[in-house]
Ligand binder design. Structure first.
Ligand SMILES: Cc1cc2nc3c(=O)[nH]c(=O)nc-3n(C[C@H](O)[C@H](O)[C@H](O)COP(=O)(O)OP(=O)(O)OC[C@H]3O[C@@H](n4cnc5c(N)ncnc54)[C@H](O)[C@@H]3O)c2cc1C
Length: 476
């Protein structure tokens, strides 16, 4: 593997570490078994005699066995489902949340058939997006009309309504979450009634529904504000942790998007700066070799399991081999990353001004407590908004995301880190792992009780609740 042609961004970061180890002649196999045991057919037989498959999320830390799975073909069919019974319903998007928002033992409802973009107004730069549209389809669909989303998260596989439900975000000090790009929204309530909302119509519902947790009803579509289609230049480079922490704000202010990946137990930090670029200024470049990040990254982690005393040395050895890299592309090509390493994640957003300090304390704690984790910690700046349950409500935020491999224990790591987030007045990402309950949310969100009241009015029987939401929203 030639290090200088390996993609040195999120994916390439630890590929370089693995490559360094290969170069050093070290090999370790990832444990696997070749014995195949016959398995019972998964799932249960539903009331229509058909098999209902169990559900689990992307990382595998959440699962359930629903009694039925429904995928309405259109809004009328959705309304008929809501009017026809009083069963418990949980909506599912693309199952990319780590928290237990989705699990139910009753109806699992997907709007995957309500997808696409329509009513595109390229003068006003607005378009309607159906709930089940994957974010990749939103970006590519808008591109056909000469438009791009204002900002995007770092993957684009989420369903549009699933991403809105948890204030999914990218990075950029002047750029808000996906929910902040919404200018009107349509939702079906528990009685099967369609509701419309915008800043001037049902404004309370609008401010609650843009981060709704699937607890208010079923979002069918929303109208979003967009921009003229744009190209991006992404530049990533490794710097010392000290420099990375000292330059956070300078780099945040200098670039449209800026984020960092800090290396636990290391002395380095990867900076990623993304800016718009005129396509005429994009150089002709050979394609970047993609390689297999998963194998190399796992190899590094396995090796550290055997030689924990070499952890810092190995992380620094790998990081020091990372070369700067620049890549160019259409907005959606740069935003949408492939995640070929499965992980579990905790993310909290702290006020922007204390972000670097909080990140430094986390990195220090990991070193001091010798927490066995090497997964890079991602840190991003996001603009404040007015969405009631948004982690960015009325304050610009600095989001810090801690990960561990999906098959490694994340609980001890997250338990050691979570109190640090609390100390800095952090608010958890609703779609990621946290341990908070209603009293803590009430203390963090001034409109929390308004959200709870509105939910009760829209769904008095709690059809859209599950155990996780009852705890989070304080419903007995
Ligand atoms: C690899 C990976 C990368 C990620 N990157 C980012 C990132 O860059 N930034 C970020 O902020 N987050 C990120 N996330 C988190 C993710 O964006 C959120 O958890 C998001 O909510 C997942 O969307 P989903 O479509 O998978 O929804 P699901 O996880 O399936 O559901 C999430 C919520 O949406 C509700 N819901 C779904 N459809 C509807 C509907 N039609 N009406 C009402 N409620 C509905 C569900 O009931 C549930 O409460 C990432 C997650 C993963 C696994």
């Amino acid at each position: 593997m030639k290090i200088d042609r390996v993609r040195m961004n999120r994916r390439g970061l630890l590929k370089a570490a693995g490559a360094s180890l290969i170069a050093a002649g070290t090999t370790t196999s990832v444990g696997c078994s070749d014995s195949v045991k016959p398995q019972a057919e998964p799932g249960i037989i539903g009331k229509d005699g058909k098999r209902v498959l169990p559900w689990s999320n992307w990382s595998g830390n959440q699962s359930c066995q629903p009694s039925e799975r429904l995928i309405p073909k259109n809004v009328d069919e959705l309304l008929a489902i809501l009017k026809s019974g009083n069963q418990n319903i949980r909506c599912v998007g693309s199952s990319h949340s780590f928290s237990a928002l989705v699990p139910t033992n009753q109806t699992l409802l997907s709007l995957a058939r309500l997808r696409g973009i329509e009513n595109v107004d390229s003068a006003a730069m607005e378009a309607d997006v159906w709930a089940g549209t994957r974010l990749a389809q939103v970006s590519k669909g808008l591109w056909q009309h000469g438009m791009s989303p204002i900002n995007m998260p770092d993957i684009d596989t989420q369903a549009f309504a699933g991403a809105l439900a948890t204030s999914t975000h990218g990075t950029g000090k002047d750029l808000g979450t996906l929910s902040s790009q919404v200018i009107s929204l349509q939702m079906a309530d528990a009685r099967g009634k369609l509701l419309e909302c915008s800043p001037t119509m049902n404004s309370d519902l609008f401010n609650a529904a843009r981060n709704n947790l699937g607890a208010l009803g079923v979002v069918t579509k929303a109208r979003i504000k967009t921009e003229q289609a744009y190209y991006l230049k992404e530049h990533s480079w490794m710097m010392s942790e000290e420099e990375g922490l000292a330059r956070c704000e300078e780099l945040r202010d200098k670039h449209r998007h800026y984020e960092m990946y800090a290396l636990p137990h290391g002395d380095y930090m990867l900076g990623i700066a993304i800016d718009k670029i005129d396509p005429a200024d994009i150089p002709d470049e050979p394609p970047i070799e993609s390689g297999d990040a998963y194998e190399a990254f796992r190899m590094l982690a396995n090796l550290i399991d055997y030689m924990p005393f070499l952890r810092s040395w190995l992380v620094n050895f790998g990081a020091s081999g990372v070369e700067p890299e620049t890549r160019y592309g259409k907005a959606y090509e740069i935003f949408g990353n492939l995640r070929d390493i499965r992980f579990n994640e905790m993310e909290y957003t702290v006020p922007a001004e204390v972000g670097p300090q909080c990140l430094a304390e986390i990195l220090h704690t990991i070193k001091k407590q010798k927490i066995p984790v090497i997964f890079p910690i991602e840190a991003r700046y996001i603009k404040g908004d007015d969405v009631w349950l948004s982690p960015f409500y009325k304050r610009d935020g600095f989001s810090i995301s801690c990960h561990n491999f999906h098959d490694k224990d994340y609980k001890k790591y997250f338990a050691a880190i979570e109190p640090i987030f609390w100390k800095y007045d952090g608010r958890p990402h609703w779609g990621k792992i946290h341990t908070l309950a209603a009293p803590e949310f009430a203390a963090r969100y001034e409109r929390f009780n308004d959200f709870v009241k509105l939910r009760r009015e829209l769904d008095p029987d709690g059809r859209f609740l599950n155990d996780h939401l009852r705890k989070a929203l304080g419903v007995v």
